[in-house]
Ligand binder design. Structure first.
Ligand code: ZN
Ligand code: ZN
Length: 644
């Protein structure tokens, strides 16, 4: 795997364009490799699952608080709430650096640095935009972490969605050495699947944490707090630093009736808030939506109705493979309604297997039937679980809708539930699939009609609740495009938060803070590294530009052979892909005319003693201006001059 950084541009001005580019540090201080020898302690030994010890710690804390409140003045207590005394008088400031997930959706990654300690929260990927043809995934630029490798204590993972763990394998590969990864059992099992694909499992120490786990990591202590989200095993992270407490929410929603048995630990968040939080970093995905996100159990109610009404009919449900609680619920309903289950789609099978392996889902194996054998099962006794809830072109549901999936043929006895909402940008694909399913005679139930899906992200009222419980001194909105972050900032301002104590970060920003300072102090190298096949970072802006113009205008190859005396020894040949169709009478005449023009130009260039590069540019110039003036087209022209 080769790593190189794409298109180094100077992003000194933070307001310049961003996107498929890497942003070098504006501040040499942070870009320099650290010369300090790291205290490479793993700290795993010190990690404890603080169930028993949490109680004693709590009691100790209570006694300490009581003693303090007797001795200290009110202003001192207020100062303590803001972290001044609790941590003594810290020498340095905390640096928070954003390698992704701000000003964009996806590739979430935040770096916390104090002294010789670095802790990273999440290492996610994002999917390529329409302007990145052929790119498989996009990952953050890890340069800063590579330069400061010896300081890195651990990578903490909030949950197992791709935008939080999708870049882990690339990070492990790039950093070298052994990396400590902390996450809940499902998150780590999903990470393990990824690492196994890249043969990297021996390059990490996986440390399983759960709600209330506390781990010590150099100058930091991290506590994990369970939150509700659309994948099981999601946590917020409370990072205790020498300058004060930072609470990072990860992705969350507040669900009082979630499907699993894990209830969000709101109590602990309130306690942490009471002890005093210096900085709250809260996710912003659903900040534009007023009110509350509906509970996941609403989906269960709708699904029950679907099962009830679809008596005698075959049911096909497409949903996000990662929402293992929802899939578990659907499997449970199938059992209740005495249906066998066939699973279709590689990722769906993988998630079910993984969730069962770690005990997040429990199913009887004999309920499953092989997708190849579904013809032996009556329609009314079958449920097919499928991928493709986003209309992904190669997914099972999309192929069923197009009649290209030979194992499942859609007909009028099918009820198809699409338990998802289109992710922005996917609307057209998914509605195309729905149209096709209707044309085949099926009944389709989707989120515009019934509550078959709820979001995993907090709406305004939930965001307000978390903010109010935590009441931080400083606030940074995270996880969202600029408009989301801006609206989240405005939301907390309405709750009485001082504008000067809010920072809306840009990718690459380094925020410096302690009890009296809170500012952007510089930038570190950041950006988008594109992965195409096995190449990491070798597709840059120039390659992308070529791919885009090839897609839009096609290519024209013009070739000719010349000998060492500079004489033309073959006729000029013209070939096209995506530019015009050869074989059409009109086009053949056009090709003849172009060939004649090119031959004249080549002869005249050679007569004037021009070398091969000059002949090539003559070919390019002639072909381009011919197409531009005659057809208003701009194909990519590739001149080939063979020297024989
Ligand atoms: Zn998520
Ligand atoms: Zn996310």
């Amino acid at each position: 795997m080769s790593f190189c950084v794409v298109n180094k541009r100077n992003f000194m001005n933070r307001n310049k364009t961003r996107g498929a580019a890497t942003k070098p540090a504006s501040n040499g201080r942070f870009a320099k490799a650290s010369k300090t020898a790291g205290r490479q302690t793993t700290d795993i030994g010190r990690y404890r699952r603080a169930k028993g010890s949490a109680k004693t710690a709590d009691n100790r804390q209570k006694k300490e608080n009581m003693k303090n409140s007797q001795q200290k003045s009110l202003s001192q207590q207020n100062a303590e709430r803001n972290g001044v005394f609790r941590y003594g008088h810290p020498k340095g400031k905390l640096k928070v650096m954003f390698l992704g997930g701000v000003g964009e959706i996806g590739k979430n990654m935040t770096v916390f640095e104090y002294g010789d300690s670095i802790v990273v929260i999440d290492a996610g990927m994002s999917f390529p935009g329409n302007d990145m043809p052929g790119v498989d995934v996009v990952i953050p630029d890890f340069s800063y972490l590579v330069q400061n490798r010896n300081k890195i204590k651990a990578v903490l993972l909030t949950h197992g969605h791709e935008d939080h763990i999708g870049a882990i394998a690339f990070l492990v590969e790039r950093l070298g050495g052994k990396l400590d990864l902390y996450g809940t059992k499902l998150t780590l099992a999903l990470v393990e699947n990824k690492l196994a694909e890249h043969s990297l499992t021996d390059k990490v120490n996986l440390v399983t944490i759960s709600d209330k786990s506390v781990v010590s990591l150099g100058d930091f202590t991290a506590e994990f707090i369970h939150v509700s989200h659309s994948v099981a095993g999601s946590v917020a992270i409370c990072l205790r630093t020498p300058v004060g407490v930072v609470l990072h929410t990860g992705d969350f929603k507040i669900d009082y009736t979630p499907l699993g048995n894990e209830i969000m630990n709101l109590n602990r968040i309130a306690e942490v808030g009471k002890q005093g939080v210096l900085l709250l970093m809260s996710e912003s995905t659903n900040v534009e939506k007023a009110g509350y996100t509906m509970s996941e159990s609403v989906v269960e109610d709708t699904m029950k109705k679907v099962f009830h009404e679809a008596k005698g009919r075959r049911i096909i449900v497409a949903t996000f493979a990662s929402n293992v609680d929802r899939i578990g619920m659907i499997i449970h309903l199938a059992k209740l309604y005495k249906r066998k289950i066939a699973v279709s789609g590689r990722s769906m099978i993988k998630y079910i297997e993984t969730a069962c392996r770690v005990g997040q889902m429990s199913v009887d194996n004999d309920i499953f039937v092989d997708i190849d054998k579904i013809n032996n099962v009556e329609d009314g006794k079958l449920l097919i679980l499928s991928t493709g809830s986003q209309g992904e072109p190669m997914s099972a549901l999309t192929r069923m809708a197009s009649g290209e999936f030979n194992k499942v043929h859609i007909g009028s006895n099918d009820t198809i539930v699409i338990s998802a909402t289109p992710i922005p940008g996917n609307e057209r694909d998914i509605y195309n699939v729905i149209n096709k399913l209707y044309r085949l005679g099926a009944m389709v139930v989707y989120s515009a009609l019934e509550a078959v899906h709820v979001s995993g992200h907090a709406c305004q009222e939930e965001l307000k609740l978390i903010y109010t419980l935590v009441k931080p001194k400083y606030f940074i909105p995270i996880h969202g495009e600029y408009r989301h972050l801006k609206q989240h900032a405005m939301l907390v301002e309405k709750l009485g938060h001082k504008r000067s104590n809010i920072i809306i970060p840009d990718i690459g920003d380094c925020v410096e803070l302690d009890n009296s300072v809170f500012k952007v102090c510089g930038t570190v190298t950041s950006g988008s590294v594109m992965v195409d096949g096995l190449g990491v970072g070798d597709v840059g802006n120039i390659v992308l530009k070529d791919r885009l113009s090839l897609a839009e205008e096609g290519i024209l190859v013009c070739s000719v052979a010349v000998n060492e005396k500079g004489r033309v020894v073959s006729s000029v040949e013209v070939a096209s892909r995506g530019c015009f169709f050869v074989g059409d009478d009109h086009n053949d005449a056009m090709v003849d005319e172009l060939k004649r023009l090119l031959t004249e130009e080549i002869y005249s260039a050679l007569r004037n003693g021009k070398n091969v590069p000059a002949v090539k540019s003559a070919i390019q110039r002639t072909a381009r201006s011919y197409f531009r003036s005659k057809y208003k087209r701009n194909p990519v022209v590739l001149p080939l001059v063979l020297e024989v």
